[in-house]
Design a protein around this ligand. Structure first.
Ligand code: CA
Length: 230
């Protein structure tokens, strides 16, 4: 699973350098050059991690961070802030606003990538591991095997991607449009109710002869989520 990283930086040279290095690290990279663009980008597709510059045109990095933390869907996305040297009080304010870590400019690329890996390991262990578990469900992403309470479940490729994505973000609610973007991709036209059809198939498969309650929650007028605690 390729982690999807959003870089929000208005300095072209730095943003190009980050893009290049993150791709080399195996990440899928998106760029935004100001705060407004960053907020739009996040609502279109949720990143696995955000590298956010403090000083940005239009909406500052700190304000972007604050707004992302207010939205339920982006409340838990790891955010690493880039700050200028000597802004100690700003750094503390950044962490107060909900940033997970910060790196002081100028920085070594190896330091930033190490911080990103650490944040992902801590907050999104599913991205780093071959097998992810949630309750009595487990997904092996190498062999594509899915089990519930040790019983093997056979899923179609779309249902597999849906479950894999939901299991990476237990407890988080995704709209049909967000699921369409990550599971089907942004370049195909699929109707939102197609998501309902595949969620229906996924539900049927994982609940057949299952010992526990349905782990997939339908959130009225919002979308779907996978229960973290069952
Ligand atoms: Ca800047």
């Amino acid at each position: 699973m390729t982690p999807y990283i959003l870089v929000v930086e208005d300095e072209d040279a730095l943003s190009t350098l980050l893009h290049y290095n993150f791709e080399k690290e195996g990440y899928e990279v998106a760029l935004a050059t100001d705060g407004e663009e960053a907020l739009t980008s996040v609502s279109e597709r949720l990143p696995d991690v955000i590298v956010l510059d403090w000083m940005l045109p239009k909406v500052s990095g700190i304000e972007v961070c604050r707004r992302l933390r207010q939205r339920p869907e982006s409340r838990n996305v790891p955010i690493i802030m880039l700050t200028a040297r000597g802004e100690e009080s700003d750094r503390i304010r950044g962490l107060d606003t909900g940033a997970d870590d910060y790196v002081v400019k100028p920085f070594a690329m190896s330091e930033l990538t190490a911080r990103i890996r650490a944040v992902l390991r801590r907050l999104r262990p599913g991205l780093a591991e071959d097998t992810i578990r949630c309750g009595d469900l487990s997904v092996d992403r190498v062999s594509h095997r899915v089990k519930r309470a040790d019983h093997e479940i056979h899923l179609g490729p779309t249902e597999f991607r849906l479950l894999d994505y939901l299991m990476q973000h237990p407890g988080r609610v995704f709209s049909r449009e967000q699921l369409l973007d990550v599971v089907w991709g942004t370049d195909v036209y699929v109707e939102a109710r197609t998501v309902d059809v595949h969620i229906g198939r996924l539900r049927k498969a994982i609940n057949r002869d299952a010992p526990g309650p349905d782990p997939i929650r339908t959130v009225r007028s919002a979308g779907y989520s996978l229960d973290a605690q069952r």
